[in-house]
Ligand binder design. Sequence first.
Ligand code: BGC
Length: 804
Amino acid sequence: MLYGKKKVILILIFILFFLCGWVGNISVFAETSIQTNSSEPPKLTDEKSIEKVINEMTLEEKAKMAVGRGFPGTFGNPKADIAGAVGVTHGIERLGIPPLFFADGPAGLRISPFREGDPHTYYATAFPIETSLASTWNKNLVTKVGKAIGNEVKEYGLDILLAPALNLHRNPLGGRNFEYFSEDPLLTGKMAVSYINGVQSNDVGATIKHFVANNQETNRTDIDTIVSQRALRELYLKGFEIAIKEANPWAVMSAYNKVNSTHASENKELLTTVLRDDWDFKGFVMTDWFAGTDPIAQMIAGNDLIMPGDSITLTEFMNALKNSTIDEKILDRDHITEIMNAVKNGTLDESILDRNIRKILNILVKTPSFKRYQHSDNPNLQKNAEISRQAGSEGMVLLKNIHKTLPLDENAKIGLFGNTQIETIRGGTGSGYVNAPYTISIADGLKNRGFTLNNDLLQSYKSYITTLRHQEEYKIKPSILGSEFGLEIPTIPEKPLKAKEINKTVKETDVGVVVIGRISGEFEDRKNEKGDFLLTDREQDMITNVTNEYHASGKKVIVILNIGGPIEVASWRDKPDAILLTWQPGQEAGFAVADVISGLVNPSGKLPTTFPMAYNDVPSAKNFPGTPEENPEKVVYEEDIFMGYRYFTTFDIEPAYEFGYGLSYTTFHFPKVKVKKSKDEVKVSVTVENSGDISGKEVVQVYLSAPDNKLKKPAIELKAFGKTKQLKPKERDTLKFQLDLKDLASFDEERSAWVVEKGSYQIKVGASSENIYETVIFEVEEDMVVEKVNDILKPKMEINKLSK
Ligand code: BGC
């Protein structure tokens, strides 16, 4: 605002000068202005002016620059400049430093759609959740999504997006897994690179979060994550390393949890030694909201900005919200005083504060706010909805499709079962929520595509849901954190189905479609219980009874999974003829589902995460969410490097659906695989042919099997992947990959180095982690140290590691 006013005043002065004829001689004007400004402080004009500006700052100004300004724009406060922006920094007008605006999140921009006294709406597009984006394995498409999100960030007047999130799916019950890409660090890292490139092509920033090992929500702010250096380097840090080295994100958000007994946000080894020294990160680091306990330790560790910047704890804040006692005063942060005092009494060296500010200003000079970008408040929501729909359908994974059940004939009459056909889930809750203008339900999407839905059944679902939603217990309320964090939608039990109703529907329709839904979100992990990881009895009955009846009439049934993370499938998957995993595909959900069901889009998604037969098959099941059980304080990653498919393939445990799995309406084969090993690289070239009769795309996955020597290795590890263009029947595409020595290396804790051990290596090229078409062997004659890194982040206790 001030900036706007100041600009107007400057323009007025200029007009006055012009009217008085003084501008006739430019040099006179320039001289006059130099003279008048000589006593003025230097202004931030570009990178080169940063040092002068820092020298000019008072201690209070410095402390303010390093601390956010609370939540002026969020928690239902519609008065703020950008309602719903969850982070704002202090501007220092006299030095030409504007405030910066930050907002979540991974599936699209999260701001509030409404502002007081303003009839204009500020809706953002809900894109598919990150897990769905990763299921596309399509880097270009994810860049397109990132570009669209970044455009909304810019056009709504924000500077930095608090996404993408890069934590791994260590355990399927992680409450925020939907906000994360995958269980695999390479897929995560590469998807993040594509996403960041898209966002930052708009000249706004992306923030990678939560650095690092924030793999659960239970006691997330204090849980002590005990993890080996090798598992950190090979798995949990790896995606971040790729993103930083290949995409230069403007910011990193440190995580809530402890990493080997020190809070991530207070961990100098993590934020300085790994991030800056080992990886040469150029941007700035901010804390997660209210993370850690000691702002001075955070500053020293390398956290440049402390967020959100109010003096109370999250619990106090939540209580204040509940009691409606929140006012502007409690948002005044005294971390500023704390920092100033620490500098005065010598516990914080002023040079550290200067260093942190330098990092922030280096980014700040690139932002739209600094460049006074005139945002439109009108991003092209229609165009972005199209992108969301395209990504939504490409992220869908066809898990089962016997006897070509799908795609459905366009004249098919459908009996549509399951509450989620009406209350379709576009994404998760919490900071990953998006205030989108609408969600297209699966029922509406299928109808819109021209399918005939059995009307009696549809109406009975509609009236069941409406009736229950009017009951107190099932009323939809805004989230306790304010409506911009989403709604609290109590789960309605699955509508009971009478035999007569099913029978009548079967008679009147050609095919049955059953929709199962699940939602999760920040603050809570999921549970291995009915209604969450397991189906409820009613859901089981619905699948059993509907399939029995349809099959008895020689008709087929499809199950649609509108979920954010794996659920148990082994007990029921034999019953239906087809299963389509749609994930939570964004606001265009119903349209995207119909695109795949109708065959307009041939599914090409592949699982970025393993679907186990049973929860207890997952190696982290016995160490999640930590001990003591009633109130976990620490979680020990005993499965070590054998996480996700690395475990299932090494220990020969059969998953329900493996990592990388996904069917198509057509078939592919890989007629030519060439592998060429030279001294310091391996080149792989794979030709894919569409061997079926429908156009489609295929994902090529390149795995490595490294020899067990001193270091024991997982059976396979993903090292490269790519997706073909849309291939017509008989058409071919050749994809080329290049692995360097680091891609062959494992992390040796003793040497603190990435090491390629001598022995036989196998390149395995396939269409999933278990469907390998071709294996090529090559030898490495001697051990090689590829890269030495700092010996840090050692666990302070012995880990009883799983080994082969
Ligand atoms: C979440 C972050 C988010 C921040 C701001 C925190 O609770 O962990 O991911 O960016 O809030 O909404």
